[in-house]
Design a protein around this ligand. Structure first.
Ligand code: C2E
Ligand code: MG
Ligand code: MG
Length: 679
């Protein structure tokens, strides 16, 4: 089977489909959790901001309040001081008056009295200017009395020395000073009282402020703690999520193994390290055999279980420093970063293979499966990480195709080594230059050997190597796009040839071998139809021969393509029938007209009883299914007779006629007694 057509199991992703309601529920739940977290975090931050704003407001307000308090207290003190000064001035006036009166109003004592008369007015005016309503009314009350008193003092000064007038006014002044003094003392006391009351109120307010500030600070601290807790939790969650998404990006969801990307990274590091330590780096590519059958018959769940078991077995079979990866489907890789010698790798691969392919119990059934392992070594056979991976892949492909179990990379089996690359390029040019030619081998009736048709078999007239058989170049072409070009060239040549024969009056059916990749190309049926039309060939003169690899590659697509081909009127034949593994399924699923029993059974059926029985069974099977049976590889009369006895209708082989160029075939046909015009 061509590498490109190998079965790829596609269910590598998560098992729940995108439209699964569980996904929606999960999404809603996630969204709910996410919004609760977000709202709580926002509330904490908002609360903290509000708390801090409140604290700032309190601080500003506190600073303003304390400045106002200081101003108020200073106001009380200044007012008190001025009232005290009024008291002092009154006393000075009283003292000066008394001395003046004591001397009977002698002129020397006049001047001191004159100096102090009205001295309290300055303070009273200050009090009036700076006081509130209450203060002003008290000042006004005192000012009236004080004005009388100072007027009396002025009259005293104007009175003659030792006169009665002087004594009368003196007595009046001494009478007036007492109430004035009492009034001033009352005001001083009032001021002290007011100050005391104010201080009590301030004290009460500042206690309240302390409590409020304490409360706000406590709430702020709590919110700080909550916000910090959220921040830390968020940080941890973000780290966890980052770790998990990094892990997801580099690991396979089903098995938890490294994925292709991580493997590539590890290969890169291993190669760098190997440069320093002079160790070798080994890479094994493990591909399961018969995994598809498990998946198809037991279901994907069992397939998943099998893959998980294989993953565990692989991990258990290697050292901790080795990397086990799943590259997709049923393909795994094991990277051995520090090998001592390359021959160890085959031994390790063999051990791993034995460990991996132990039967597994799935749904109560013991399931048997195999593993093919390809190995490559840096720097022995690969110079870069990419090469290491590609070479292990090539080696695995060879192991699988040849049923080798384990295979170490060998340049000769690599389609992409320089020699093969140049061969591919030569073939491409060869096809373009028309170096491919078709030989035609007759298919004849087993009963009268009349020719029923021919099979077109490709040959390459290589400019320097001479004629090459299909096996010399087909395997290389089949690995790349070139096989489609080749199929096109062969189909065109064969149909054109059939057209020539028709034009010459011979309806000779032609069978063409078609590679899996070409059949599975969606344009194949239309290309066939187009060629038949161009060369004016009735569709029933064309048979396409396919091997089971077509079906194995993609059964549904193959069935669809072949149905379309048959709808054109073209016949479909299964080539090398019996040589593959799924012939029965093939017959059930694919619309065919003919089976060609593989020549491996036919050439030896005379001598090998088992092959004889198998051919017999295949003939019976095909006939019961109303299919034409062709036996290929008929090399002698006895085989032909035996086949005839078994009921096989058509034979092909060297005994009937070897593959030959069209010119030779014409002469050969002329020599035959009869050419059947129809099937
Ligand atoms: P096949 O389709 O099974 O073709 C029959 C092969 O058996 C041919 O080999 C033929 O020469 C050989 N053969 C015929 N009679 C006898 C016999 O009596 N004894 C023995 N031992 N061999 C006999 P050939 O031509 O080398 O082709 C080999 C295979 O290459 C073909 O097997 C077919 O699968 C493939 N092939 C040939 N031509 C084409 C082509 O144009 N396109 C594709 N895709 N494959 C082709
Ligand atoms: Mg064939
Ligand atoms: Mg064949």
């Amino acid at each position: 089977m061509p590498r490109g057509a190998r079965i790829r199991w596609r269910r590598a992703g998560p098992r729940v489909s995108q439209n699964d309601p569980r996904d929606v529920d999960h999404g809603v739940e996630m969204l709910g959790r996410w919004s609760v977290r977000r709202v709580t975090a926002l509330a904490a931050v908002l609360g903290l901001a509000l708390g801090l704003a409140a604290l700032a407001a309190l601080t500003i307000w506190g600073a303003g309040a304390s400045r106002a308090m200081t101003d108020r207290v200073r106001g009380f003190n200044e007012a008190g001081a001025h009232w005290n000064l009024v008291f002092v001035h009154l006393n000075e006036e009283d003292a000066a008056l008394r001395e003046f009166l004591a001397t009977g109003g002698s002129p020397p004592r006049r001047e001191p009295l004159q100096r102090v008369i009205g001295s309290a007015n300055v303070d009273l005016e200050w009090l009036k200017r700076h006081g509130d309503q209450v203060e002003i009314s008290h000042v006004d009350m005192l000012t009236v009395g004080y004005a009388d008193y100072t007027r009396v003092l002025t009259l005293i000064l104007e009175s003659p020395e030792k006169s009665d007038e002087l004594s009368d006014y003196g007595a009046l002044a001494l009478l007036e000073i007492g109430p004035l003094r009492d009034q001033v003392v009352a005001n001083v006391e009032r001021k002290q009282r007011e100050l005391a009351q104010y201080l009590v109120a301030v004290d009460r307010d500042s206690r309240t402020l302390r409590w409020v500030t304490g409360g706000v600070v406590t709430v702020d601290l709590l919110l700080c703690v909550v916000s910090m807790a959220f921040l830390v939790a968020n940080q941890q969650r973000a780290e966890r999520e980052a770790f998990s998404s990094r892990h997801q990006a580099l690991h396979d969801a089903l098995t938890g193994l490294a994925n292709r990307q991580l493997l590539a990274d590890r290969i890169g590091s291993a190669i760098q390290e190997a440069g320093r330590t002079e160790h070798l780096v080994g890479l094994l590519l493990v591909d399961l055999d018969r995994f598809k059958a498990v998946n198809d018959t037991l279901g994907h769940q069992c397939g998943d279980l099998l893959l998980q078991q294989v993953a565990q077995r692989l991990v258990r079979s290697v050292r901790e420093t080795d990397t086990v990866a799943r590259l997709g489907g049923d393909e795994f890789a094991v990277l051995l970063p520090d090998l001592d010698a390359s021959e160890n790798l085959s031994r390790i691969a063999g051990e791993i293979r034995r460990a991996v392919q132990q039967p597994v119990e799935l749904n109560g059934l013991m399931v048997d499966f195999g593993a093919s392992i390809g190995a490559s070594v840096y720097p022995d056979d690969s110079a870069t990480g990419e090469e290491l991976l590609r070479h292990a892949d090539v080696a695995m492909y060879v192991a699988k195709r040849g049923g080798l179990g384990v295979n170490t990379y060998d340049r000769d089996s690599d389609a992409y080594d320089p020699r093969t690359l140049s061969m591919l390029s030569e073939l491409r040019h060869g096809i373009e230059r028309g170096e491919l030619v078709l030989y035609y081998q007759p298919k004849a009736s087993a009963f009268d050997r009349s020719v029923l048709g021919v099979e077109a078999l490709v040959r390459w007239y290589h400019p320097s190597r001479g004629m090459l058989a299909p096996q010399d170049f087909l395997p290389i072409a089949e690995r790349g796009e070139l096989i489609e070009q080749l199929t096109d060239a062969v189909l065109q040549t064969a149909i054109r040839q059939a057209g020539h024969w028709v034009a010459a009056g011979t309806r000779l059916p032609v069978s063409v071998n078609v590679a899996a990749r070409s059949v599975l190309d969606s344009t194949f049926p239309s290309r066939v139809a187009q060629l038949l039309e161009i060369y004016d060939v009735p569709p029933d003169l064309l048979t396409v021969e396919l091997t089971e690899s077509v079906i194995a590659a993609d059964p549904q697509l193959a069935a669809k393509a072949l149905q379309e081909v048959r709808a054109l009127g073209v016949h479909v034949s299964i080539d090398d029938f019996g040589a593959g593994y799924s012939s029965m399924a093939f017959l059930r699923d694919i619309p065919v007209d003919e089976v060609k029993i593989d020549r491996g059974f036919v050439t030896t059926m005379r001598t090998d009883e088992r092959n004889h029985l198998l051919v017999k069974a295949m003939v019976v099977l095909a006939r019961n299914l109303m299919l034409t049976v062709v036996a290929e590889g008929v090399e002698d009369e006895l085989t032909l007779e035996t086949l005839r006895g078994l009921g096989c209708q058509v034979v092909q082989g060297y005994y009937i006629g070897e593959p030959m160029p069209p010119g030779d075939l014409g002469r050969w046909l002329d020599g035959q007694s009869s050419v059947a015009a129809t099937r």
